[in-house]
Design a protein around this ligand. Structure first.
Ligand code: PHB
Length: 391
């Protein structure tokens, strides 16, 4: 009898060891509409990570990614889809989220659902303070904009006008630039906030010219918006009028550079990732992500936020043995450090936001005529200065 019980127990143990679970990850992003290329970059980063890390297996378990489309910032739709992913699909992790309002809308769901959220793009500092179950592998506009204020001062610029989209990351970028530039002794002569849907930028360019500023600092969310804005700067004679262009790297994402062409040469931006970043890790990443996206000219920064987000999710799955324990999963990656395609990074243990290098870059041209963001200076190990402003 005892032998029978023993072997039954052993059989059950064997059985559960051999049974592979499928761990589901729900990814929300813009996969259709004007921002579809940004969502395509999420998918390319995720596919590249899976392809280079076991092809969909984590130990005995299988990973399944379930995508949901929110074409433009739409918090109600984002929340409804996240709820559906958790309740109907049984996802253990939520990830993605390009726009801040979409990420903000799902933060109240996480604790009850016992699900961590890995933000792969949305860049307003406050997001991460909304739940202890959030990790961010992208950047914040405070983190990418503050170094630009230092660059402006170093280059002898004293008067700047700021122009931003009037929502979370734009307001953060404006505050970051103003606070840092002010501390450096510079003056922000005027601050313009535009509705997110603005697409005629000529009147704004006129106000920039009339302001008497030596430079314009700008933030808009990357996509057709930024392409239109930089084109308007180029086509309204601002460079000729002596007004320099300063921005975080959202404004010169690589996929927009061919359309911007020669007039964009020399534009200065500060950012966490350039497709041209010179390291073996980035070479391997660009190769895998190019394969995943099909056309390497479409690669841009959301791909690296997603790739590193998958790294964090894999570490959380390993730490929990595939069980659903959101707090244990998040605790396991606090302080996690690794070499990302962007350079050395770490999930800061207290903020759960990514600490990373921010690079000053200049739009440049290869001999073959292709454009790129050339890294020319590094601000090492930058945390998120915006968190002090949230508290
Ligand atoms: C955001 O909504 O947080 C956001 C979107 C696009 C960016 C940066 C931030 O390029």
């Amino acid at each position: 009898m005892r032998r029978i019980i023993m072997s039954t127990v052993a059989a059950i143990a064997l059985c559960s060891a051999a049974a592979a679970d499928t761990i589901k990850v729900g990814v929300v992003g813009p996969f259709s509409g004007p921002f579809a290329l940004q969502g395509k970059n999420f998918k390319a980063g995720i596919d590249a990570y899976i392809a280079t890390h076991g092809g969909g297996k984590i130990g005995d378990d299988d990973i399944e990614i379930i995508y949901r489309d929110v074409p433009q910032a739409d918090p109600a739709q984002s929340k409804a889809l996240a709820q559906e992913l958790v309740v109907k699909e049984g996802v253990q992790y939520l990830a993605g989220f390009y726009f801040t309002p979409d990420a903000m809308a799902v933060t109240p769901l996480l604790e009850q659902a016992n699900v961590p959220l890995v933000v792969m793009n949305a860049a307003t500092s406050a997001i991460i303070t909304k739940s202890p179950l959030i990790i961010r592998t992208s950047f914040t506009t405070w983190q990418t904009s503050a170094p630009m204020a230092k660059v402006a001062k170093e280059r002898g610029i004293t008067k700047v006008i700021t122009v931003v989209s009037d929502y979370g990351p734009g307001v953060d970028a404006e505050n970051a630039f103003k606070a840092t530039f002010g501390a450096e002794g510079g003056t922000v002569v005027e601050s313009i906030r535009m509705p997110l849907a603005t697409n005629d930028f000529s009147p704004i360019m006129q106000r920039v010219k009339d302001s008497g500023a030596e430079a314009v600092f700008a933030f808009l969310p990357s996509g057709p918006t930024t392409l239109g804005f930089v084109k308007a700067y180029n086509e309204n004679g601002l460079k000729q009028a002596g007004v320099q262009f300063l921005a975080p790297g959202d404004l010169t994402q690589e996929s927009d550079l061919p359309a911007l062409g020669d007039p964009a040469l020399g534009i200065l931006t500060t950012f966490h990732y350039a497709v041209s970043h010179d390291s073996p890790e980035n070479k391997a990443f660009v190769e895998a992500a190019s394969k995943a996206i099909g056309n390497p000219a479409e690669l841009s920064f959301p791909s690296v936020g997603a790739y590193d987000g998958m790294h964090v999710i894999y570490k959380m799955i390993e730490a929990t043995g595939g069980e659903q324990d959101a707090q244990k999963a998040v605790d396991a990656v606090k302080g996690l450090a690794w070499e990302s395609p962007r350079g050395p990074v770490e999930i800061d243990a207290s903020s759960r936001h990514i600490t990373q290098n921010i690079y000053l870059r200049e739009v440049a041209k290869h001999e073959d005529g292709t454009f790129y963001n050339k890294e020319i200076k590094t601000f090492e190990k930058q945390g998120d200065p915006g968190l002090a402003a949230v508290k």
